[in-house]
Design a binder for this molecule. Sequence first.
Ligand code: NDP
Ligand code: MG
Length: 404
Amino acid sequence: MRGVTILGSTGSVGVNTLDVIARHRDELRAVALTAHSNDACLFEQCREHQPEFAVLIDPVAAARLRERIRVAGLKTQVLDGAAALEEAARLPATHTVMAAIVGAAGLLPTLAAAQSGKRLLLANKEALVMAGDLLIESVRASGAQLIPIDSEHNAIFQCLGNPAVAGSRPQGLRRIILTASGGPFLNTPAEKLARVTPAEACAHPNWVMGRKISVDSATLMNKGLELIEACWLFGVAPDDVEIVVHPQSVVHSMVEYVDGSVLAQLGNPDMRTPIAHALAWPERRESGVESLDVVRLARITFEAPDLERFPCLGLAQRAARDGGTAPVLLNAANEVAVQAFLECRLNFTAIAVVIEGVLNRVASEPVRSLTTVLDADATARRAAVEAIARLDGVVSDPVAGACA
Ligand code: NDP
Ligand code: MG
């Protein structure tokens, strides 16, 4: 029996993880479930999975959960606050940690899982973008197993066969071909992009995901973050990764070897495939995902990304090449800008303007420690807030009623 801690159990990846666990109750059990403030969903999860611990960041929501758990007669102990996330990641009864918190908030508990030698299933790409060096170093030092959950990176991991040490370039690898769906605005003309609404941006054609990553997919920043993620995971340089738009989202990514062989991993776009793969690795288990109907699929296509309509991808490539804290600045500015867009305080095309402004104003520094990372994150967030304030009434033109 393997114990699992899910950081971010109430989110899209978290819910899919519990779905897979429920199919294998003889082998897997939830030891700790965590969320930010969604006590209603976390209560239902506690009732079904009876974990030993439930953690909420918000103390008021945690008090509500504690009361409902008491009334229901469950044994789950409810903790609150950010430090409890790290405790949940380090629990002796936990074999596997699913890191599925969205954004920089996931960094410290993800690092805690890496430091304590767990099997770390990494969905929280922002943690790797911010602190790739520190995270890979912790994995190596503790003997943790790092298995990517992001569908592209999980595909690459599978295509690499015998995975080498985390962060080391596999022998014989020529390049990685990272596929992108292109998002909901793949064919939207440039002049219409400024007026798209959060609801339109979150309506992804192939995947159902949280709101932040949905917007990142719409701007192509998601692919930029994934480029940086791939560099850390597989020890490659940004120029070793080609990004191609593949609107069907069936080929999850490819690797090319020096002999010219290209290997791809295919499957229906359903996160339960990478989740089940990583939970069972190196074995295979049923995930609940439908078989891929290749005849119905009939056609798969690839095209180059349009960096003019989607400048966020170019900004991420620039940060990837610059290295140091540049990816931290990029990630923090993006989180602030996306939140402003979701709250209708910023229009869609201004997301890239804010990020570029931050990259131009704040210098990248070598990453010496976690403090360097956290300081750069805080500085970039302040710079992004200021940039949004400066843009007010210029390119910030919220779509009326879009957030109603
Ligand atoms: P969601 O927004 O659906 O879920 C986020 C989860 O994190 C929720 O459980 C939420 O709790 C919790 N959370 C949010 N903020 C905090 C915080 N400050 N501190 C602690 N917990 C917090 O996100 P997704 O599941 O879509 O994505 C999670 C991660 O996985 C992201 O990094 C994303 O990039 C990555 N990913 C997601 C994919 C997908 O298909 N969804 C695919 C590939 C990668 P609450 O519900 O209480 O707010
Ligand atoms: Mg992905």
